[in-house]
Design a protein. Sequence first.
Length: 125
Amino acid sequence: MKYDIETLKQALEIAKLLGAGESRTADAPEAVKGDGRAVIVRSKDAGVQFGYLDRYEGSTVYLTKARQLWSWVAMGGGTLLDCATNGVKSGKFSAAADAVIIIGACAIIDCTAKAVETLESVTWE
């Protein structure tokens, strides 16, 4: 099928009128500023992280002093909610990174002060 230059120009003009090629920033989620509170973040691809909430935009979360949780034994249960509420008995956690960007987060769980004490103390065993 052959197209002449005028037909292609018209198609491009129609595409522009319909918004093709424009940035979709109007639909992008607005950044929500964090307050530095301690959180556990579950993500689809990067696993579980513990750190301090800087901000989040949609499913992208920005943490400071973040540690990756490879395995854990929660106090008073076995879920991440238990870890965030009661803390952990043991586990395998990475050293803290100054800042981490987590793409594809599916949960942000606030931690209690009691839990933070244990989450900060666990080392790789």
